[in-house]
Design a protein around this ligand. Structure first.
Ligand code: SAM
Ligand code: SF4
Ligand code: SF4
Length: 350
């Protein structure tokens, strides 16, 4: 499927519209997942952003309002760990009040490690959050603690998921990053835990994002292999995408126990339909998860300029976009950034 922008909407150089906005609300996290914020690199000496450097909720909402007028229909809050940002539900409330030119609310979602979700789920729902995704890399407590590398128990995250269900989030998405040799033994236990629960597990290929996670191709478990493994035990059939630009390929259990998804960013790129703009905690926008260049919008936001000026700047930035890193990497072509320091996942939020 090739996404083409409708007339009058922003389109990049490959004809892709701007539809999704991912907002990182903090670069801090209480976990140290080795594939994202390895402990050895993100230790006590690491300098996180100072509060004055973060975009305020008002600045984020203003920018989001401009972008919604330009075609954004889906906003995902992420981080770092977004629930560590103080009073996040206030931002959720502000964003939930935005309306598209057609008068619709945006699809407002959040990705979290679930560590404090039990306390926050109801407030987030009351503030107008539409959907939630919780990262769970193992159901076995020992493996889970090893994955987060701060000895955090899986039971607390499962309690957070239960609280989110009680608050009315459905279906809840569960993200599992699969590293061959580290947590691939957990694929079937995760399937068995969540089958029939209404939650949708999405298995994510370990990505070569950033420069600190020691990525190796032999630690990537291709989604095709993962699907065969699950299919042999619980027969599956493919489902079509629910929306253009969806990152996950969907499968359902033949016995009616629900669905799963795979996000195959390494073995099957989906750049052709990539409609995502990423906003960092300090107000820089990135056109690709693998970008090493960004555009500073915080200075603009704090310069006293009007919304039209911001809108035309964004239109210009999006209009120049030709990023398709995964596609180039997959085809064996040279990627534009070989050897260059790339943005880290905890900073931009996946
Ligand atoms: N802290 C929150 C969480 O873990 O859900 C939100 C931020 S986290 C960066 C967003 C998503 O990116 C998580 O589902 C995480 O598992 C995923 N992620 C981080 N590093 C990754 C990598 N190297 N490859 C694939 N997915 C990754
Ligand atoms: Fe934190 Fe999420 Fe990165 Fe894990 S994946 S270190 S929880 S930001
Ligand atoms: Fe989008 Fe870049 Fe990922 Fe391709 S590699 S899907 S352009 S973020």
């Amino acid at each position: 499927m090739n996404t083409v922008a409708p007339p009058g909407r922003l389109a990049d150089r490959l004809g892709r519209p701007l539809r999704d906005l991912r907002i990182s609300v903090t670069d801090r996290c209480n976990f140290r997942c080795s594939y994202c914020m390895p402990k050895e690199v993100f230790d006590r000496r690491h300098a996180f952003l100072a509060h004055k450097d973060l975009l305020s909720f008002e600045e984020i909402t203003r920018l989001a309002r401009v972008l919604v007028a330009q075609g954004v229909r889906k906003i995902r809050l992420t981080g770092g760990e977004p629930l560590l940002r103080k009073d996040l539900e206030h931002l959720v409330r502000m964003l939930s009040e935005l309306r598209t030119p057609e008068g619709q609310a945006v699809d407002l979602t959040l990705t979290t490690n679930g560590s404090v979700l039990a306390k926050k789920a109801q407030a987030l729902r009351d503030a107008g959050l539409s959907r939630i995704a919780v990262s769970v890399d193992a159901i076995d407590d020992t493996i889970f603690r090893r994955m987060n590398d701060v000895d955090f128990p899986v039971a607390d995250v499962l309690e957070g998921i239960a609280a989110a269900e009680r608050a009315g989030f459905a279906p809840i998405k569960i993200n599992m990053v699969v590293k061959r040799g580290t947590n691939d033994s957990q694929i079937l236990p995760m399937v068995e835990h969540f089958r029939g629960s209404g939650a949708i597990v999405r298995f994510i290929e370990f990505m070569d994002v950033g420069t600190t996670n020691g990525w190796r191709m032999d630690e990537v478990l291709p989604s095709a292999e993962l699907i065969s493994l699950i299919h042999a035990r619980y027969p599956l059939e493919a489902l079509g995408p629910t929306e253009i630009g969806e990152t996950a390929q969907r499968w359902r259990y033949r016995d009616g126990a629900g669905e799963i998804g795979v996000i195959s960013s390494v073995t099957q790129s989906f750049c052709r339909d990539c409609t995502r703009l990423r906003l960092s905690t300090e107000g820089r926008v990135f056109l690709c998860l693998f970008a090493h260049q960004s555009h500073d919008l915080r200075t603009l936001l704090r310069s006293g300029c009007d919304d039209e000026h911001i809108a035309s700047t964004v239109a210009q930035i999006w209009g120049q976009r030709d990023d398709r890193y995964s596609e180039l990497r997959g085809s064996g072509a040279a990627t534009p950034d070989s050897g260059v320091r790339r943005i880290e996942m905890h900073y931009i939020g996946g």
